[in-house]
Design a protein around this ligand. Structure first.
Ligand SMILES: [Fe+2]
Ligand SMILES: [Fe+2]
Length: 321
């Protein structure tokens, strides 16, 4: 009797990547008709929820008139998209390409390769969606000159710091772990806006379209990073876990400098230290840790990692996201 191969999946076992890759054309934003952005722009609606804008809580903000407050909300929407695009461009896309190189012991079968190419297309389209929606805001709200440094976000800096002093395989693992942190966190980041009431319809709809794609990506990354992690030896697994915790912590960390630019658009003169002092006394925002729990269970990593990211609370770890 022939010995059954243990490397091939039994036919009855579902391959989640294969199922996702096959349904891609029917479920993702890039395959749908483009949204009529101007048609969903209501000039009378605020562009961002006030309660998500930390600078509106600072001393002096109470004196802002209606127009200045609205301008700060529009600038906040632009900042939010700049951060989203930076996460895609600086953290997620490089990791997707890295997984296609064959340098890492990650799944490289046809389904895995198809899912990675699809994810790259999705993420690039998300950058375009951010760019197009922000273009309407810039034009309609007269904010043509507001720009943010893609390397200035705390999460991008966190990746730079984690990469420092590493090279070769270790560096690759750090980058993949950060992208995994991103893909398990970005849904929560987008949901805060996708589910916001009483804001600009264009902004809510665009963000919700993006969020829907990310639910598929969470599965892709769980599958691919799971295959990678299980193939590592104990020291490399420890390095991966440490980088994952650093990534999750960086995603919870507040941004300061971008909010200074946002405040200035409404004539509110503040510095990064004002925000840091304000944020130091505030609890971190509640986030849905469901995707993270699923991932950790999948990898056989203790859920203590979630607590670890809380303990690594950074100064100013609050809602200034
Ligand atoms: Fe995305
Ligand atoms: Fe994604």
């Amino acid at each position: 009797m022939p010995i059954e191969s243990t490397t091939e999946r039994p036919a009855f076992e579902r391959d989640l990547l294969g199922e996702l890759a096959r349904r891609w054309g029917r479920r993702v934003a890039v395959k749908k008709d483009e949204l009529d952005l101007d048609g969903h722009f209501d000039a009378g609606m605020p562009d961002f929820p006030e309660h998500l804008v930390p600078v509106l809580d600072l001393p002096g903000a109470e004196k802002l008139d209606h127009d200045d407050r609205r301008r700060i909300l529009a600038a906040s929407w632009i900042a939010y998209n700049a951060k989203t695009a930076a996460i895609e461009d600086e953290v997620i896309l490089p990791a997707c390409r890295l997984m296609l190189t064959g340098r890492l012991p990650v799944r490289g079968d046809d389904n895995a390769v198809a899912a990675l190419h699809q994810t790259i297309i999705d993420e690039h389209y998300h950058i375009l969606m951010c760019h197009n929606a922000v273009g309407v805001t810039r034009r309609r709200r007269d904010l043509e000159d507001l720009e943010f440094d893609p390397k200035g976000w705390s999460v991008v800096r966190g990746l730079e710091e984690a990469r420092a002093g590493t090279s070769g395989f270790e560096r690759d693992l750090v980058e993949i772990a950060f992208s995994l942190a991103a893909e398990t966190t970005i849904s929560g980041f987008l949901s805060t806006l996708a589910s916001a009431e009483d804001i600009q319809p264009m902004n809510r709809i665009t963000t919700d379209l993006h969020r829907r794609d990310e639910s598929g990506h969470a599965v892709v990354f769980r599958e691919l990073c799971g295959s990678l992690y299980r193939g590592l030896d104990a020291p490399d697994q420890a390095l991966f876990r440490d980088a994952l915790v650093r990534g999750l912590t960086a995603f919870r960390a507040a941004d300061f400098e971008p909010w200074v630019l946002v405040a200035a658009e409404g004539g509110l003169g503040i510095g990064p230290d004002d925000l840091a002092a304000w944020a130091a006394n505030r609890p971190a925002p509640a986030r849905d840790t469901g995707p993270l729990q699923l991932l950790l269970n999948d990898l056989g990593i203790s859920n203590d990692l979630v607590d670890l990211t809380r303990q690594r609370k950074q100064p100013g770890d609050a809602r200034a996201h």
